[in-house]
Design a protein around this ligand. Structure first.
Ligand SMILES: NC(=O)c1ccc[n+]([C@@H]2O[C@H](COP(=O)([O-])OP(=O)(O)OC[C@H]3O[C@@H](n4cnc5c(N)ncnc54)[C@H](O)[C@@H]3O)[C@@H](O)[C@H]2O)c1
Length: 325
């Protein structure tokens, strides 16, 4: 297949490009390097079936000539914990509209990167694709990210009904692994690893009892690939996550990372950061996926435990840090 990936120099995009190339597909990637890294493309940039465009998806002329069977739309503004919500709302909307217009013109299927954040504060776990989406008030700007993805999902479903658009929605649950962004943009793992390597206190937002179910990148990209390759994926929403038993509190995550990096230490160094530091903020208490659809309809069972994934990620980050420092 020919696959066009937006955000190809980012964390998921670079890993997915590599995996799809290994499986014999042709990949065209685009990225404006707002958050992507050249180093993420190092292993694939010279692959004969890989083309790369440096450019902004907000400008649709740049990629008008690209034709693909599936467009995997990963480029996004993310959670505005420290940022303003404006770019998240405006750019995520404009990018998706450009991609949908293109997909309708070229008869491509769009695979849209949504997020587990859309389930918001729903207290009923695990979250299945039909679960309610429960966001907090609009005065808490963090919900702007989830809202932008819900808006994207509704838009795709409506375009499917109205214009026959082919689409698939993937809701990712906290992915981590090699090529992850080294700041908060990439989630807690990279920062926790950095602090553990430097033997400095790990910042935990709130009291650390909030839980997540993190997904190692190899499971994330294998799940996406099932949805790229399968015609059954048209019109589907699919949670892409690891096994629900991998649920872990953020405090326990910090302990695990510290323990792997500094095995002789009895206790990790922790610094609790109150939520009030981010202005008006709300966190999600528990985030646990139901992955029945991924397993039964798409025949994929995640294979990495949190422990295994962390060991691989720490190895990557240690080598990268040694290399760049
Ligand atoms: N990583 C996760 O755990 C996770 C969880 C839930 C959802 N998602 C979603 O998956 C997608 C990929 O996530 P990621 O972690 O790889 O993010 P990432 O930031 O590493 O990758 C996104 C890439 O898109 C590029 N980009 C952003 N705006 C662009 C624009 N206007 N034009 C061209 N390129 C642009 C960035 O430079 C970046 O390389 C995002 O849509 C994100 O919302 C990710």
């Amino acid at each position: 297949m020919r696959i066009f990936i937006t955000g190809a120099a980012g964390f998921i995009g670079s890993n997915l490009s590599r995996f799809l190339l290994q499986r014999g597909h042709s990949v065209i990637g685009i990225d404006n390097f707002s958050y992507g890294e050249q180093r993420n493309l190092k292993s694939i940039i010279n692959h004969p079936n890989f083309e790369f465009i440096t450019g902004d998806i907000l400008n649709s002329f740049i990629y008008a000539e690209v034709k693909a069977d599936v467009i995997v739309h990963l480029a996004s503004q993310k959670i505005p914990r420290y940022n303003n919500a404006y770019r998240t709302l405006v750019e995520n909307d404009t990018m998706l509209k450009n991609i949908v217009k293109k997909a309708l013109r070229d008869d491509s299927r769009v695979l849209f990167a949504s997020t587990s954040d859309v389930y918001g504060k729903n207290p009923i776990i695990p979250f299945s694709e039909e679960s309610d989406l429960l966001l907090g008030p609009t005065t808490v700007k963090r919900w702007a990210y989830a809202l932008s993805k819900i808006n994207g999902e509704h838009y795709l479903i409506a375009c499917g009904e109205e214009f026959g658009l082919k689409y698939t929605i993937n809701r990712f649950f906290g992915s981590y692994g090699p090529n992850q962004n080294l700041t908060w943009w990439g989630g807690p793992q990279s920062l926790f690893i950095e602090k553990a390597l430097k033997k400095e206190p790990i910042d935990i937002h709130g009291d650390g009892t909030q839980t997540r179910t993190f997904t190692f990148i190899e499971d994330t990209i294998a799940g996406i690939t099932k949805c790229v390759e399968s015609e059954n994926a048209n019109g589907e929403i699919v949670n892409i996550a690891s096994n629900p038993e991998e649920e872990v509190s953020i405090l326990e995550l910090a302990r695990k990372i510290w323990g792997i990096v500094n095995p002789t230490d009895k206790e990790p160094m922790i610094n609790f950061v109150p939520y009030s530091t981010f202005g008006k903020y709300e966190d999600v208490a528990r985030r646990v996926p139901n992955i029945d659809k991924l397993i039964t309809k798409f025949n994929y069972k995640p294979s990495y435990s949190l422990e295994q994934g962390l060991i691989e990620t720490i190895k990557w980050q240690r080598e990268l840090t040694n290399f760049t420092s």
